[in-house]
Design a protein around this ligand. Structure first.
Ligand SMILES: [Zn+2]
Ligand SMILES: [Zn+2]
Length: 151
């Protein structure tokens, strides 16, 4: 097992125009199997690493995309259209970074998987916690973050 890297965590989009950095440890890592994420990520599931907003910085030109609904804002590199991160209304203290943009992405193993009801049958993820839907409450999310911090 490779040691987990230490902050700051750096990363970039496909073309390198957008650079990201996080100075804090991640709050949670997860894979989402929902149909929206499958389309969004052009893959079997999306990978997210959640960071405290105040630890996160990003340079380069971004545009917003996605469904533009549900109070979620999704940011993409303006040049290469790589999906970089999302911000959820009412959860301004956290940002959801797309794990794949991190330089050490492979170290950010998904701790939780969500929406396994919509999972592609062969898309297995080595998550510790598995949810058939989304976590129902903020308490449930907090419990996951607490458990993640103890790993
Ligand atoms: Zn780019
Ligand atoms: Zn999803």
């Amino acid at each position: 097992m490779v040691a987990f890297p230490k902050p700051p965590f750096e990363g970039s989009c496909l073309c390198g125009s957008v650079q990201v950095s996080a100075t804090a440890l991640p709050l949670l890592t997860f894979a989402c199997h929902c149909r929206d994420c499958q389309k969004f990520s052009a893959s079997a599931y999306s990978l997210t690493t959640m960071f405290p907003s105040d630890s996160f910085s990003c340079t380069g030109e971004l545009i917003t995309g996605g469904l533009g609904s549900g109070g979620r804002t999704h940011y993409f590199c303006k040049s290469c259209l790589n999906f970089v991160y999302s911000q959820i209304e009412g959860a301004d203290q956290r940002i959801n970074l797309r794990t794949s943009v991190l330089n050490e992405a492979a170290s950010f193993v998904p701790f939780v998987e969500l929406m396994t009801d919509e999972k592609m049958p062969w898309a297995d993820v080595p998550a510790v916690h598995s949810f058939s839907q989304y976590p129902r409450s903020l308490e449930e999310l907090q419990a996951l973050m607490d458990d993640y911090s103890k790993r």
